[in-house]
Design a protein around this ligand. Structure first.
Ligand SMILES: [Zn+2]
Length: 351
Protein backbone atom coordinates (compact mmCIF):
# COMPACT_ATOMS: atom_id res chain seq x y z
CA UNK A 1 0.00 0.00 0.00
CA UNK A 2 1.34 3.45 -0.79
CA UNK A 3 2.57 5.57 2.11
CA UNK A 4 -0.31 7.99 1.51
CA UNK A 5 -2.81 5.30 2.48
CA UNK A 6 -1.32 4.60 5.89
CA UNK A 7 -3.80 5.69 8.52
CA UNK A 8 -3.08 7.90 11.48
CA UNK A 9 0.71 8.21 11.16
CA UNK A 10 0.88 11.52 9.31
CA UNK A 11 4.06 12.73 10.99
CA UNK A 12 6.05 9.56 10.31
CA UNK A 13 4.74 9.29 6.76
CA UNK A 14 5.46 12.95 5.92
CA UNK A 15 8.97 12.56 7.29
CA UNK A 16 9.67 9.44 5.20
CA UNK A 17 8.21 10.90 2.00
CA UNK A 18 10.24 14.05 2.41
CA UNK A 19 13.43 12.06 2.96
CA UNK A 20 12.73 9.94 -0.11
CA UNK A 21 11.79 12.90 -2.34
CA UNK A 22 14.93 14.81 -1.46
CA UNK A 23 17.25 11.82 -1.70
CA UNK A 24 18.13 11.97 1.97
CA UNK A 25 17.09 8.51 3.10
CA UNK A 26 19.25 7.16 5.89
CA UNK A 27 20.92 3.78 5.66
CA UNK A 28 19.00 2.52 8.68
CA UNK A 29 15.73 3.38 10.37
CA UNK A 30 14.20 2.32 13.63
CA UNK A 31 10.40 2.31 13.35
CA UNK A 32 9.43 2.54 16.99
CA UNK A 33 5.98 2.56 18.53
CA UNK A 34 3.26 0.43 20.09
CA UNK A 35 2.24 -2.89 18.60
CA UNK A 36 -0.32 -2.92 15.85
CA UNK A 37 -0.20 0.70 14.70
CA UNK A 38 1.25 0.24 11.20
CA UNK A 39 5.04 0.08 11.58
CA UNK A 40 5.51 -2.98 9.37
CA UNK A 41 2.95 -1.67 6.88
CA UNK A 42 4.92 1.59 6.69
CA UNK A 43 8.18 -0.31 6.21
CA UNK A 44 6.70 -2.20 3.25
CA UNK A 45 5.24 1.05 1.89
CA UNK A 46 8.65 2.72 2.01
CA UNK A 47 10.17 -0.31 0.28
CA UNK A 48 7.52 0.09 -2.41
CA UNK A 49 8.21 3.81 -2.82
CA UNK A 50 11.91 3.04 -3.28
CA UNK A 51 11.46 0.19 -5.73
CA UNK A 52 8.25 1.22 -7.54
CA UNK A 53 8.63 0.92 -11.31
CA UNK A 54 6.59 4.11 -11.78
CA UNK A 55 8.84 6.10 -9.47
CA UNK A 56 10.57 7.86 -12.34
CA UNK A 57 7.48 9.52 -13.74
CA UNK A 58 6.35 13.03 -12.91
CA UNK A 59 3.31 12.07 -10.86
CA UNK A 60 5.21 9.82 -8.50
CA UNK A 61 8.07 12.32 -8.29
CA UNK A 62 5.60 14.91 -7.06
CA UNK A 63 3.99 12.61 -4.50
CA UNK A 64 7.14 10.75 -3.43
CA UNK A 65 5.13 7.60 -3.14
CA UNK A 66 4.63 4.19 -4.68
CA UNK A 67 1.95 3.59 -7.29
CA UNK A 68 0.79 0.44 -5.48
CA UNK A 69 -0.09 -1.21 -8.80
CA UNK A 70 3.09 -1.97 -10.78
CA UNK A 71 4.77 -5.38 -10.78
CA UNK A 72 7.31 -4.28 -8.15
CA UNK A 73 4.67 -2.86 -5.81
CA UNK A 74 2.59 -6.01 -6.15
CA UNK A 75 5.56 -8.29 -5.54
CA UNK A 76 6.49 -6.37 -2.41
CA UNK A 77 2.93 -6.54 -1.11
CA UNK A 78 2.90 -10.28 -1.78
CA UNK A 79 6.25 -10.77 -0.05
CA UNK A 80 8.10 -12.09 -3.10
CA UNK A 81 10.22 -9.18 -4.32
CA UNK A 82 13.85 -10.34 -4.34
CA UNK A 83 15.14 -7.01 -3.01
CA UNK A 84 12.70 -6.56 -0.13
CA UNK A 85 13.42 -9.07 2.58
CA UNK A 86 11.65 -9.45 5.89
CA UNK A 87 13.81 -10.93 8.62
CA UNK A 88 11.55 -12.43 11.26
CA UNK A 89 12.26 -14.55 14.33
CA UNK A 90 12.72 -18.19 13.48
CA UNK A 91 10.08 -20.40 15.03
CA UNK A 92 8.59 -17.29 16.60
CA UNK A 93 11.35 -16.89 19.15
CA UNK A 94 14.50 -15.08 18.08
CA UNK A 95 16.31 -13.68 15.08
CA UNK A 96 19.40 -15.88 14.96
CA UNK A 97 22.97 -15.12 14.11
CA UNK A 98 22.64 -17.33 11.02
CA UNK A 99 19.86 -15.12 9.76
CA UNK A 100 21.98 -12.02 10.31
CA UNK A 101 25.01 -13.65 8.64
CA UNK A 102 22.86 -14.16 5.58
CA UNK A 103 21.79 -10.53 5.71
CA UNK A 104 25.43 -9.48 6.00
CA UNK A 105 26.49 -11.64 3.08
CA UNK A 106 23.83 -10.27 0.79
CA UNK A 107 23.54 -6.67 1.99
CA UNK A 108 26.47 -5.42 -0.04
CA UNK A 109 25.28 -7.07 -3.28
CA UNK A 110 23.50 -5.04 -5.91
CA UNK A 111 19.71 -5.06 -5.97
CA UNK A 112 18.36 -7.65 -8.40
CA UNK A 113 15.36 -5.80 -9.77
CA UNK A 114 14.83 -2.65 -7.77
CA UNK A 115 16.84 0.43 -6.82
CA UNK A 116 17.88 -0.79 -3.41
CA UNK A 117 17.63 -3.78 -1.16
CA UNK A 118 15.36 -3.16 1.80
CA UNK A 119 15.77 -5.32 4.89
CA UNK A 120 12.93 -5.26 7.40
CA UNK A 121 13.86 -6.72 10.78
CA UNK A 122 10.63 -7.31 12.68
CA UNK A 123 10.69 -7.33 15.63
CA UNK A 124 14.30 -6.16 15.70
CA UNK A 125 14.47 -6.48 19.48
CA UNK A 126 14.27 -10.26 19.04
CA UNK A 127 17.90 -10.41 17.88
CA UNK A 128 20.01 -12.53 20.20
CA UNK A 129 23.17 -10.84 21.41
CA UNK A 130 25.49 -12.56 18.89
CA UNK A 131 23.02 -11.70 16.16
CA UNK A 132 22.86 -8.10 17.34
CA UNK A 133 26.65 -7.82 17.34
CA UNK A 134 26.85 -9.28 13.86
CA UNK A 135 24.18 -6.86 12.71
CA UNK A 136 26.10 -3.96 14.22
CA UNK A 137 29.11 -4.89 12.06
CA UNK A 138 26.87 -4.92 9.01
CA UNK A 139 25.64 -1.43 9.87
CA UNK A 140 29.20 -0.19 10.33
CA UNK A 141 30.25 -1.26 6.88
CA UNK A 142 29.17 1.00 4.08
CA UNK A 143 26.44 -1.14 2.52
CA UNK A 144 25.58 1.35 -0.19
CA UNK A 145 22.63 -0.34 -1.83
CA UNK A 146 20.91 -1.65 1.29
CA UNK A 147 18.40 0.09 3.51
CA UNK A 148 17.65 -1.39 6.93
CA UNK A 149 14.36 -0.89 8.77
CA UNK A 150 14.28 -2.10 12.35
CA UNK A 151 10.72 -2.48 13.58
CA UNK A 152 10.20 -2.56 17.33
CA UNK A 153 7.77 -1.74 20.12
CA UNK A 154 10.66 -1.51 22.58
CA UNK A 155 13.60 0.37 21.06
CA UNK A 156 15.26 0.33 24.49
CA UNK A 157 15.76 -3.42 24.01
CA UNK A 158 18.10 -2.79 21.06
CA UNK A 159 21.83 -2.36 21.52
CA UNK A 160 22.52 1.36 22.06
CA UNK A 161 25.26 1.08 19.44
CA UNK A 162 22.69 -0.13 16.92
CA UNK A 163 20.14 2.49 17.90
CA UNK A 164 22.67 5.27 17.51
CA UNK A 165 23.21 4.25 13.89
CA UNK A 166 19.51 4.29 13.09
CA UNK A 167 17.29 7.24 12.43
CA UNK A 168 14.33 6.78 14.77
CA UNK A 169 10.82 7.25 13.38
CA UNK A 170 8.10 7.31 16.02
CA UNK A 171 4.71 5.72 15.41
CA UNK A 172 1.79 6.74 17.62
CA UNK A 173 -1.31 5.01 18.91
CA UNK A 174 -4.15 5.41 16.44
CA UNK A 175 -7.10 7.68 17.14
CA UNK A 176 -10.58 6.23 17.23
CA UNK A 177 -11.48 7.93 13.96
CA UNK A 178 -8.57 6.26 12.17
CA UNK A 179 -9.48 2.91 13.68
CA UNK A 180 -13.03 3.33 12.39
CA UNK A 181 -11.64 4.04 8.92
CA UNK A 182 -9.46 0.98 9.16
CA UNK A 183 -12.33 -1.26 10.28
CA UNK A 184 -14.44 0.11 7.43
CA UNK A 185 -11.61 -0.66 5.01
CA UNK A 186 -11.71 -4.27 6.20
CA UNK A 187 -15.50 -4.35 5.97
CA UNK A 188 -15.86 -4.68 9.73
CA UNK A 189 -18.34 -3.00 12.04
CA UNK A 190 -17.03 0.15 13.76
CA UNK A 191 -17.76 -0.80 17.37
CA UNK A 192 -14.33 -2.28 17.98
CA UNK A 193 -12.69 1.14 17.48
CA UNK A 194 -13.69 2.29 20.94
CA UNK A 195 -12.30 -0.80 22.64
CA UNK A 196 -9.01 -1.24 20.79
CA UNK A 197 -6.81 1.04 22.85
CA UNK A 198 -5.36 2.74 19.77
CA UNK A 199 -4.10 -0.46 18.16
CA UNK A 200 -5.19 -1.46 14.69
CA UNK A 201 -4.19 -5.04 15.35
CA UNK A 202 -6.34 -5.14 18.45
CA UNK A 203 -9.27 -3.49 16.66
CA UNK A 204 -9.18 -6.22 14.05
CA UNK A 205 -8.61 -8.89 16.70
CA UNK A 206 -11.72 -7.76 18.50
CA UNK A 207 -13.59 -8.88 15.46
CA UNK A 208 -11.94 -12.23 15.96
CA UNK A 209 -13.42 -12.29 19.43
CA UNK A 210 -16.75 -11.51 17.86
CA UNK A 211 -16.25 -14.36 15.41
CA UNK A 212 -15.43 -16.68 18.30
CA UNK A 213 -18.65 -15.70 20.04
CA UNK A 214 -20.57 -16.34 16.83
CA UNK A 215 -18.93 -19.75 16.50
CA UNK A 216 -19.73 -20.67 20.08
CA UNK A 217 -23.35 -19.69 19.54
CA UNK A 218 -23.71 -21.72 16.32
CA UNK A 219 -22.14 -24.85 17.81
CA UNK A 220 -24.22 -24.61 20.94
CA UNK A 221 -27.54 -23.95 19.19
CA UNK A 222 -27.10 -26.82 16.76
CA UNK A 223 -25.95 -29.40 19.30
CA UNK A 224 -28.61 -28.26 21.80
CA UNK A 225 -31.30 -28.69 19.18
CA UNK A 226 -30.53 -32.37 18.64
CA UNK A 227 -32.34 -33.20 21.88
CA UNK A 228 -35.84 -32.60 20.52
CA UNK A 229 -37.58 -32.85 17.17
CA UNK A 230 -39.34 -29.46 17.35
CA UNK A 231 -35.98 -27.86 18.15
CA UNK A 232 -34.41 -29.61 15.16
CA UNK A 233 -37.09 -28.25 12.84
CA UNK A 234 -36.80 -24.77 14.27
CA UNK A 235 -33.02 -24.81 13.82
CA UNK A 236 -33.43 -26.11 10.26
CA UNK A 237 -35.72 -23.16 9.53
CA UNK A 238 -33.15 -20.79 10.93
CA UNK A 239 -30.08 -22.27 9.21
CA UNK A 240 -31.94 -22.74 5.93
CA UNK A 241 -33.17 -19.16 5.75
CA UNK A 242 -29.85 -17.70 4.63
CA UNK A 243 -27.64 -19.69 2.25
CA UNK A 244 -24.32 -17.79 2.78
CA UNK A 245 -24.79 -17.80 6.56
CA UNK A 246 -25.57 -21.51 6.43
CA UNK A 247 -22.41 -22.17 4.40
CA UNK A 248 -20.38 -20.23 6.97
CA UNK A 249 -22.07 -22.11 9.81
CA UNK A 250 -21.28 -25.44 8.13
CA UNK A 251 -17.63 -24.48 7.87
CA UNK A 252 -17.62 -23.89 11.62
CA UNK A 253 -19.66 -26.99 12.50
CA UNK A 254 -17.56 -29.34 10.36
CA UNK A 255 -14.32 -27.88 11.74
CA UNK A 256 -15.60 -28.33 15.26
CA UNK A 257 -16.68 -31.91 14.63
CA UNK A 258 -13.34 -32.65 13.02
CA UNK A 259 -11.75 -31.33 16.22
CA UNK A 260 -13.95 -33.64 18.31
CA UNK A 261 -12.72 -36.63 16.31
CA UNK A 262 -9.11 -35.49 16.59
CA UNK A 263 -9.49 -34.91 20.33
CA UNK A 264 -10.96 -38.38 20.69
CA UNK A 265 -8.41 -40.38 18.72
CA UNK A 266 -5.25 -38.28 18.92
CA UNK A 267 -5.49 -36.78 22.39
CA UNK A 268 -3.43 -33.62 22.44
CA UNK A 269 -1.03 -34.79 19.73
CA UNK A 270 -2.68 -32.99 16.82
CA UNK A 271 -3.48 -29.26 16.96
CA UNK A 272 -7.16 -28.32 16.84
CA UNK A 273 -8.75 -25.84 14.45
CA UNK A 274 -10.54 -24.42 17.48
CA UNK A 275 -7.63 -24.71 19.86
CA UNK A 276 -9.03 -21.95 22.07
CA UNK A 277 -11.92 -24.30 22.87
CA UNK A 278 -9.86 -27.42 23.50
CA UNK A 279 -11.50 -28.31 26.82
CA UNK A 280 -15.03 -27.79 25.47
CA UNK A 281 -14.28 -29.82 22.35
CA UNK A 282 -12.96 -32.68 24.47
CA UNK A 283 -15.92 -32.49 26.84
CA UNK A 284 -18.48 -32.70 24.04
CA UNK A 285 -16.52 -35.45 22.28
CA UNK A 286 -16.39 -37.50 25.48
CA UNK A 287 -20.18 -37.85 25.42
CA UNK A 288 -20.28 -39.91 22.22
CA UNK A 289 -18.52 -42.90 20.67
CA UNK A 290 -16.18 -41.99 17.84
CA UNK A 291 -18.41 -43.75 15.29
CA UNK A 292 -21.30 -41.43 16.19
CA UNK A 293 -19.12 -38.36 15.79
CA UNK A 294 -17.89 -39.63 12.42
CA UNK A 295 -21.51 -39.94 11.32
CA UNK A 296 -22.17 -36.38 12.46
CA UNK A 297 -19.16 -35.25 10.45
CA UNK A 298 -20.40 -37.15 7.41
CA UNK A 299 -23.81 -35.47 7.72
CA UNK A 300 -22.19 -32.04 7.82
CA UNK A 301 -19.87 -32.71 4.88
CA UNK A 302 -22.81 -34.05 2.89
CA UNK A 303 -24.69 -30.82 3.63
CA UNK A 304 -21.72 -28.82 2.36
CA UNK A 305 -21.73 -30.83 -0.86
CA UNK A 306 -25.46 -30.36 -1.22
CA UNK A 307 -25.16 -26.59 -0.88
CA UNK A 308 -22.34 -26.61 -3.41
CA UNK A 309 -24.78 -28.33 -5.78
CA UNK A 310 -27.25 -25.51 -5.05
CA UNK A 311 -29.64 -27.80 -3.16
CA UNK A 312 -32.47 -26.20 -1.22
CA UNK A 313 -30.88 -24.88 2.02
CA UNK A 314 -33.95 -25.48 4.19
CA UNK A 315 -34.17 -29.17 3.21
CA UNK A 316 -30.42 -29.53 3.42
CA UNK A 317 -30.40 -28.18 6.97
CA UNK A 318 -33.26 -30.42 7.99
CA UNK A 319 -31.66 -33.51 6.53
CA UNK A 320 -28.33 -32.74 8.16
CA UNK A 321 -29.82 -32.12 11.60
CA UNK A 322 -31.94 -35.28 11.44
CA UNK A 323 -28.88 -37.30 10.48
CA UNK A 324 -26.90 -35.69 13.31
CA UNK A 325 -29.73 -36.45 15.74
CA UNK A 326 -29.84 -40.01 14.51
CA UNK A 327 -26.07 -40.36 14.89
CA UNK A 328 -25.92 -39.19 18.50
CA UNK A 329 -29.02 -41.13 19.57
CA UNK A 330 -32.41 -39.48 19.21
CA UNK A 331 -34.10 -38.10 22.26
CA UNK A 332 -30.92 -37.92 24.30
CA UNK A 333 -29.98 -34.47 25.46
CA UNK A 334 -27.00 -33.69 23.28
CA UNK A 335 -25.33 -31.23 25.54
CA UNK A 336 -24.15 -30.70 29.04
CA UNK A 337 -27.32 -29.62 30.91
CA UNK A 338 -27.40 -25.96 31.69
CA UNK A 339 -29.53 -26.02 34.78
CA UNK A 340 -28.22 -24.06 37.68
CA UNK A 341 -25.63 -22.17 35.71
CA UNK A 342 -25.53 -18.48 34.98
CA UNK A 343 -25.87 -17.64 31.31
CA UNK A 344 -26.20 -20.25 28.60
CA UNK A 345 -22.95 -21.89 27.69
CA UNK A 346 -24.21 -25.24 26.47
CA UNK A 347 -21.28 -27.32 25.24
CA UNK A 348 -18.84 -24.68 26.45
CA UNK A 349 -19.83 -24.57 30.09
CA UNK A 350 -17.00 -24.18 32.50
CA UNK A 351 -17.93 -27.17 34.65
ZN1 LIG B 1 4.65 0.78 -8.17
Amino acid sequence: MPLAEILGQDRAVAFLRSAWRTGRLSQAYCFAGPAGVGKRTAALALAQAINCLAAGNAASQATADACGRCAACRKIAAGNHPDVIEVRPEEKTVITIDQIREVAARASLRAYEGRAKVWILDPADQMQEPAANAFLKTLEEPAGVSLFILVTATPSALLPTILSRCQEVRFDLLGEGHLRDLLARHGRPPEAAALAGGSAARALALDVAEAHARRDRIVQEVWDALGSLPAVLERADDLGSDRPAFEAALEILAGYTRDMIVAKIAGGAVPLVHGDREADVARLAARYPVGAILNVFEAQVEAQRALARRANPRFTAERMLLRMRDAVGRGQPACVPRTGREGSHGPHGSG
